[in-house]
Design a protein around this ligand. Structure first.
Ligand code: ADP
Ligand code: MG
Length: 253
């Protein structure tokens, strides 16, 4: 049994003739420390599947277990507690509240945690530092760039030290350079031991993951696992590029 186990997960919306089957029977096992990318066309069920894996969306049928716990058999209070302890969710389009400072946005998942205000603030500033924004805690979301907003969304996801990060198209609105920076950040968090499950439209970003799951019409259409660690390959590629640049420089000199 894997750390995360989806057993024939089905999610239907609506009723009668208008029923839409967003996820039509997904079996999935994900181990601790994996970095998984989920791809598929728009409407193929990626966001629905991710929200079920995050304990946010009850399946119509099937079971979902984390560490042997049947998440949707829990009461809603217990499930909220499970989410708070285990999961960090990076929503599509950042979902930052515009009238709250970055630190206040990052503190949101701690709202119902029994901790002093100062302790929560310290945790938020620590999370902002981990995503490379140690000095911007008092800014408002509209005072930072899109890439920085994505970092804040990730800081908010890690403020409770989750075991799993679920990210829905974390690079969807970013230029290629900023997107790569976000992928490197997710890779670093993965190397620190956090399991990362990410939805992406981009083949380029999917390469950061070691496992790729393709959805089609709410079902797993295809799966690939990389034998070689994608990060080490990427580091090697970066090195090669640097060497090439260096040798180009030498030629110019
Ligand atoms: P993706 O993220 O791959 O674009 P979604 O999971 O958002 O796909 O959607 C899968 C299908 O379920 C789509 O047909 C979508 O319109 C439908 N759907 C998603 N969420 C809802 C909802 N809350 N109510 C009704 N239909 C929904
Ligand atoms: Mg989606």
């Amino acid at each position: 049994m894997s750390y995360i186990d989806a057993e024939n997960l089905v999610k239907q919306y609506g009723a009668g003739e208008a029923t839409i089957t967003a996820v039509g029977g997904v079996d999935l096992g994900i181990d601790k420390g994996e970095f998984v990318a989920i791809m598929g066309e728009s409407g193929s069920g990626k966001s629905t599947l991710l929200s079920m894996l995050g304990g946010l969306n009850s399946p119509t049928s099937g079971r979902f277990l984390v560490d042997g716990v049947d998440v949707y058999a829990l009461t809603s209070d217990e499930r909220a507690d499970f989410r708070r302890r285990s999961v960090g969710f990076v929503f599509q389009n950042f979902h930052l509240l515009p009238y709250l400072t970055l630190a206040e946005n990052v503190m949101l998942p701690l709202a119902i945690v029994k901790m002093g205000k100062q302790q929560k603030l310290a945790a938020a500033i620590d999370a902002l530092a981990r995503v490379g924004l140690p000095d911007k805690a008092t800014r408002l979301p509209n005072q930072i760039s899109g890439g920085e907003q994505e970092r804040v969304a990730i800081a908010r996801a890690i403020v409770n030290h989750p075991r799993v990060i679920l990210a829905d198209e974390p690079t969807g609105n970013l230029d290629t350079h900023t997107g790569s920076e976000i992928m490197k950040l997710l890779t670093t968090l993965n190397h620190e031991g956090i399991t990362v499950i990410m939805v992406t439209h981009s083949n380029e970003y999917a390469r950061y993951a070691r496992r790729l799951i393709r959805l089609s019409d709410g079902r797993v259409a295809d799966e690939e696992t990389k034998l070689q660690c994608s990060q080490s390959r990427r580091v090697n590629a970066d090195r090669t590029q640097k060497r090439r640049k260096k040798s180009r420089k030498k030629v110019r000199l």
